[in-house]
Design a protein around this ligand. Structure first.
Ligand code: NAP
Length: 283
């Protein structure tokens, strides 16, 4: 029987509605609305679209936006100054520096200067350390979205064999850490892994974040497995995930479609992280 689809679009809408209600209750209790500051240096059109999407989503749930656009030739020191001002501004609870930045600005280094309590992307070394120690902190949005999908579909993680393919700082590594914290037995595979098919076949939960269209073949999926496809691969033939969807669906119990699976969760979790950061700032 074909697997049930994990409806990331619907779950993301639910999360956004919950954040909107929680923000309204927070403000009704006499607090300032949470604030999300974004910094975009230059006018890269794709980056501008991402930033606009995040600002729009924030406004829809009552999060106050601080949309900083700097000219492409802004010196590193000026971006650093703005970042430090935002670190010190109590109206700002989350800070995002859009990468990549123009060459004179060291974006990755600046990202590390975002105050840990405002690191709503959850990607700084400090946030990574908290995650690995299973201590409270802000978690990276896409992996957090995956955990939210698994939770809402009642997927048992305790003792489950989880296989994560991909070990990027953005997705694979933090996803493996979150699954481990949820007491799954986690295997992380990557480009040097031998016999990927055999490793996939033992997964109760198979999460793939590689960026290669349909790398994971349907017959690598264990009967009854839960398949999470993080991949987003635009090709001439359309948008594909990292999993051979139709064949995998015939064997899996639950599977995320691409699009409409993991993708919509990222912004939803960013909004939730921003609200969490605001609450933590008042704790
Ligand atoms: P990335 O930084 O390029 O990392 C890809 C990982 O896949 C690396 O660890 C690499 O291994 C591994 N890999 C490459 N080829 C492989 C192969 N043939 N077999 C096994 N492993 C292989 O990518 P990323 O940023 O994690 O993104 C992965 C995918 O997720 C992309 O399609 C991206 O668009 C998508 N994505 C979606 C969202 C969202 O839906 N919101 C968010 C982020 C990313 P090595 O480490 O050995 O090189």
């Amino acid at each position: 029987m074909a697997a049930e689809l994990i409806d990331g679009k619907a779950i993301a809408q639910q999360v956004r509605a919950e954040v909107r209600d929680d923000v309204a209750a927070w403000v009704a209790a006499g607090h300032e609305p949470p604030g999300l500051a974004t910094i975009l240096v230059g006018d890269d059109p794709a980056s501008a679209i991402y930033i606009a999407g995040k600002q729009k989503a924030s406004a829809e749930v009552g999060i106050r936006g601080f949309d900083h656009r700097l000219p492409a030739d802004t010196p590193h020191a000026d971006v650093a100054r703005l970042l430090h001002e935002l670190n010190a501004d109590p109206a700002v609870n989350g800070i995002l520096l859009q990468l990549p930045t123009p060459p004179q600005v060291d974006g990755p280094a600046l990202t590390e200067e975002i105050a840990p309590a405002k690191d709503v992307d959850g990607l700084s070394p400090f946030s990574t350390g908290l995650l690995l120690k299973a201590r409270p902190g802000l978690r990276p949005c896409t992996p957090l979205g995956v955990l939210e999908l698994l939770r809402r579909y009642d997927v048992e993680l305790e003792g489950a064999e989880a296989v994560v393919i991909g070990r990027s700082d953005l997705v694979g590594k933090p996803l493996a850490a979150l699954l481990l914290a949820a007491n799954a037995t986690v295997t992380v595979a990557h480009s040097r892994t031998r016999d990927l098919a055999a490793i996939c076949r033992r997964a109760d939960v198979l999460a793939v974040a590689v960026g290669r269209p349909e790398l994971v073949r349907g017959d690598w999926v264990k009967e009854g497995a839960v398949v999470i496809d993080v991949g987003m691969n635009r090709t001439d033939a359309g948008l594909f995930g990292d999993v051979e969807f139709a064949a995998a669906r015939d064997r899996a119990r639950l599977i995320t479609p691409v699009p409409g699976g993991v993708g919509p969760m990222t912004i939803a979790m960013l909004l939730r992280n921003t609200l969490s950061a605001a609450k933590a700032a008042h704790a």
